[in-house]
Design a protein around this ligand. Structure first.
Ligand SMILES: Cc1cc2nc3c(=O)[nH]c(=O)nc-3n(C[C@H](O)[C@H](O)[C@H](O)COP(=O)(O)OP(=O)(O)OC[C@H]3O[C@@H](n4cnc5c(N)ncnc54)[C@H](O)[C@@H]3O)c2cc1C
Length: 499
């Protein structure tokens, strides 16, 4: 039986593994940690569960192309997906504007916030509707897809936004609440088309939460993989993929052992896959992405807190708010997102809940954290200091929580670097700016006929559906390779019989 070795047991690797098993090949996932899931994860701190991935899972609407991949790997049944009423809210001066799941409500809320922005609001909502139809999740039943001339009209409704970042879009509005709402979810420099896609997917019922949290989804994928006969080696990193004359033949693991296979799928950050594992130059297509000024790598500073009285929670879902002058100076950022988990009562003891804070860090700030990690005392001090400022900001913005919020955990880009080995501690791939329409980079590796990529880095901005569909693409390429190698195999024979 032909065999495929998969390096990394995140969603890309698990997807490739499940599909390889379903195609009848022998697969083995080698994962440096003792758990599968990669960034799709969560962990315990005492009686509290920290869920660290799914803010929203797209591809949950049957008309989205990614739904099929999720079904092929058995990621969820429809009842596993929860649709919250809002994806995020922005708060300013005691006022709140939320991304409601109901597009009409979003339009009305924006109009009430700023009647003078009526023309701009209506145009934006029209663009969201157009994006929904392009994605196939438009209309009242969230299943309309535009075709032919109506598709052209939908592209035209979006064309004016292509050249705008979220920050530039926000500046067109009079109202400060709307400006913050549009520019402080994805960040100022992110493409406004990406923001419109977020609005379209969420209001088109194509982005939900996974009931039970991220770890539960990872466990389900792991179970599916193992039940199909998949093999795993956990707790050992791959140090190199050994190749000769254009084909790879084995991988060397951190304990010095080697594992051979007929094909190889690499799911790590390409900086690591090419420069370290393959000892190969980074392909030109990736080189361009890493050097493109319109694309950037990022990560975040994150904290989890327990809230000792869930009844005192003053908000639902995720809220973004501005920091005050002192907090801005200390954290070197202008705003912060705080998310609550009261929809998952099992994440905390009865009567309590967990909240998490997050603010994005530039690639430069990520490198500083990674560098600082070498100095254990200063790294610990910086984490402690930042967490105390975050706590101050939370208590200032939500006075009902004063004295009820206690720190559970803190993590930084250095944590992600250690955890998933991404080059600068990223957990998504590239953020993209205006005038960029991200294209998918092929899973094929020039110069190596049996090595394939399956990683969120193949398409900005990454995320779970991109990871899964790249995993599926790599599995298909492996299947093509193996079929080619047995030209008189069952499939070709079946085709001949049909003719
Ligand atoms: C806080 C946070 C919020 C997020 N929110 C969302 C969201 O709401 N929606 C969404 O779609 N996505 C979200 N994401 C992004 C999502 O988690 C990732 O896009 C996805 O998990 C990437 O999957 P992957 O398999 O490509 O990579 P990874 O998850 O990075 O998996 C790679 C795996 O390879 C392993 N590995 C690396 N090097 C080696 C080696 N040498 N040997 C063996 N194993 C190795 C790593 O340990 C890891 O398990 C979020 C992520 C985080 C952290």
């Amino acid at each position: 039986m032909k065999s495929v070795l998969i390096i990394g047991g995140g969603v890309s690797g698990l997807t490739a593994g499940i599909l390889a098993q379903k195609s009848g090949y022998r697969s083995i996932i080698i994962e440096k940690h003792f758990e599968l899931g990669g960034n799709l994860t969560g962990w315990q701190r005492g009686e509290y569960h920290i869920d660290n991935c799914i803010h929203w899972l797209t591809g949950t609407n049957k008309n989205d192309g990614n739904y099929k991949v999720w079904q092929d790997i058995g990621a969820f049944d429809d009842q596993d997906i929860i649709y919250n009423q809002t994806l995020y809210s922005y708060q300013l001066d005691g006022k709140t504007l939320s991304l409601s799941i109901d597009l009409d409500k979003l339009e009305n809320d924006m109009l009430s916030a700023s009647p003078t922005d009526e023309k701009r609001i209506k145009r934006l909502i029209k663009a969201v509707g157009a994006m929904q139809r392009i994605m196939g999740v438009g209309g009242k039943a969230h299943d309309e897809k535009s075709k032919g001339f109506s598709r052209v009209k939908d592209y035209l409704a979006l064309s004016g936004y292509l050249g705008l970042t979220c920050g530039q879009l926000a500046k067109k509005f009079d109202n400060r609440l709307i400006r913050g709402f549009l520019s402080k979810f994805l960040t100022e420099n992110f493409s406004s088309i990406a923001l419109i896609a977020v609005f379209a997917a969420f209001t088109g019922r194509d982005g939900g939460l996974y009931k039970g949290g991220s770890l539960k989804m990872a466990e389900r994928l792991k179970k599916n993989y193992l039940s199909l006969g998949g093999n795993v080696i956990l707790g050992k990193a791959v140090e190199s993929v050994n190749h000769f004359e254009g084909s790879a033949y084995s991988a060397t693991l951190s304990d010095g052992s080697t594992v051979s296979a007929d094909a190889f799928i690499l799911t790590c950050d390409p900086m690591v896959s090419f420069k370290k594992l393959l000892d190969f130059p980074l392909p030109a297509a990736f080189e361009r992405l890493y050097n493109d000024k319109k694309l950037s790598r990022f990560s975040a500073f994150q904290c989890a807190f327990k809230v000792e009285d869930v009844e005192k929670m003053p908000f639902r879902g995720q809220v973004v708010f501005d920091l005050d002058g002192l907090e801005k100076d200390m954290l070197m950022t202008d705003y912060i997102a705080v998310r609550e988990f009261s929809h998952e009562p099992s994440f905390a003891p009865k009567g309590q809940t967990v909240i998490q804070s997050m603010f994005f860090l530039s690639e430069r700030a990520c490198r500083q954290f990674i560098e600082l990690k070498n100095d254990a005392v200063n790294y610990a001090d910086k984490k402690k200091f930042y967490a105390s400022v975050v706590l101050r900001a939370i208590e200032r913005n939500f006075p009902t929580l004063k004295g009820l919020v206690k720190l559970l955990d803190v993590w930084t880009p250095a944590t992600y670097k250690r955890f998933v080995s991404s080059d600068v501690g990223s957990f998504m791939s590239f953020a993209f700016s205006s005038n960029v329409l991200p294209r998918r980079i092929s899973s094929k590796v020039d110069g190596l006929d049996n090595v394939f990529l399956a990683t969120q880095w193949q398409q900005a901005p990454g995320g779970l559906p991109i990871a899964a569909s790249c995993g599926a693409q790599a599995a298909r390429l492996v299947e093509n390779l193996f079929r080619k190698e047995r030209p008189y195999g069952a499939i070709q024979l079946k085709n001949l019989v049909k003719q």
